[in-house]
Design a protein around this ligand. Sequence first.
Ligand code: FES
Length: 153
Amino acid sequence: MNEDLKEIFEYYCKYSKQLSQDELVSMLREIQEVCGGILTSEALQCVCNELGVKENYINTIIKFVPDIKTEKVLHRLFICGGVNCKSNNCGELHNYIRKQYNVSPGETCEKYGFSYNVCGCLKHCAYGPNIKWDGKVYSKVTREMLDRLIRKK
Ligand code: FES
């Protein structure tokens, strides 16, 4: 383990290794910064070992923290599953993601490095279907827009 990580662990785990979610997220952000902008698999493993938790636990916590990126999950996609987006045909986007990128809600598309989930109302109902990509809401989303975001076209 490198000195930067040791220093971070000493600071956050000074009194207890049972960190609150906020403390854990803050610690992960610092680790990501010293790792050059991505929470590397090696660093993630160090966190798991240090705190005595499984990687799934960390992944569950950071699922909704768009600024924390791992080697497997560089981006986070949420498609609104709210009532109004359903009436604006968000189902077509869900089907498209499933077919085109072979990923279901709760899974990660490793080829393109994004996680995919369905979320509740994004408070932009009049402009649906809506999605959230890396924390930013996009409205009136089409298949082409999804492709551009995912494939960086
Ligand atoms: S239902 Fe999708 S933004 Fe409100």
